[in-house]
Write a protein that binds this ligand. Sequence first.
Ligand code: FAD
Length: 318
Amino acid sequence: MKVTEHLKQAAGKTLFSVEILPPLKGKSIQSIYDILDPIMEFKPSFVDVTYHREEYVYKKRENGLLEKFSMRKRPGTVGICAAIINHYKVDTVPHIICGGFSREETENALIDLNFLGIDNALLLRGDAIKSEAAFEPHPFGHLYALDLVSQVVNMNKGIYLDEELRDVAPSNFCIGVAGYPEKHFEAPNLKSDLKFLKAKIDAGAEYIVTQMFFDNKKYFEFVEKCKEAGINVPIIPGLKPLTGSKQCTSLPKIFHVDIPEDLEEAISQCKSEKDVKQVGMEWCINQSKELMKAGAPCLHYYTMGNAENTIRIAKELF
Ligand code: FAD
């Protein structure tokens, strides 16, 4: 079932969803079930599975020289989505990214999803890899998530890349896109970012999932600004319970988000990492309660390979 159908059926009740990463190459599907088994008790409406592009790794050869390899360390998004549906009978949302993929590779991944009966996709640009100063598209790929949205909208109309194909079956994807309450780090300002967010919605995206934020005020202001900009689709807040003291600096660095003074202060006073986890969880529970009270359509938790706190939060709220 589509994310938008879940939201419609909920009739104002706040839904619960989670996002997981594919395991590192070589690990079994059991590592995914180990994360999801305890979460399923709380009946998430859907499970997002992230998509990962290639990275460059260097291996030392016998002659002492380093050889450069291109490798996808976390493949398997499509297969994991199918396995989750099969195992738990819960809907999945595979992420699809522009970075590292040609339009044809994307089309083929979408065909796989379509054959598997998966009718959701969260469409993203992806980030630059370490060797790039800024995001560079695949030579036959897309530069912006907007272009990916247009490709999927076309497939939904039965327009594939090869325009000469005849008697084609249209796909039926429900399209989600990303939004940034604290603005995307490359955008010159929030107004510009919202202009391009609106372009993704106007092109056919049906809902937005936000980047994580730790101050609800930022989400509420973002929702208001989206409305003012003419964006009227559901905006699902993305939440991440802070689980370690180092995240006070790593999350701002990686995700370009602020840690509120009060949270940082509380963490700096913790005597152990166990205490940090407790503070992070309580902060996220308070954020979640306020968002639920304000009528957020769904609370989407980033597990980032560690679902322990998400489970404790779900126990409290769902
Ligand atoms: P876009 O919408 O393309 O925007 C990128 C930047 O370009 C923004 O600054 C925007 O303002 C600007 N822009 C957009 N369109 C135009 C235009 N036409 N002209 C000029 N400027 C423009 N990454 C992964 O690799 N895998 C994942 O699974 C993944 N999942 C994510 C899930 C969520 C909910 C979020 C919030 C992020 C996720 N990311 C993921 C990270 C994401 O790929 C990065 O944040 C990326 O830098 C931007 O992606 P986007 O889809 O928002 O890009």
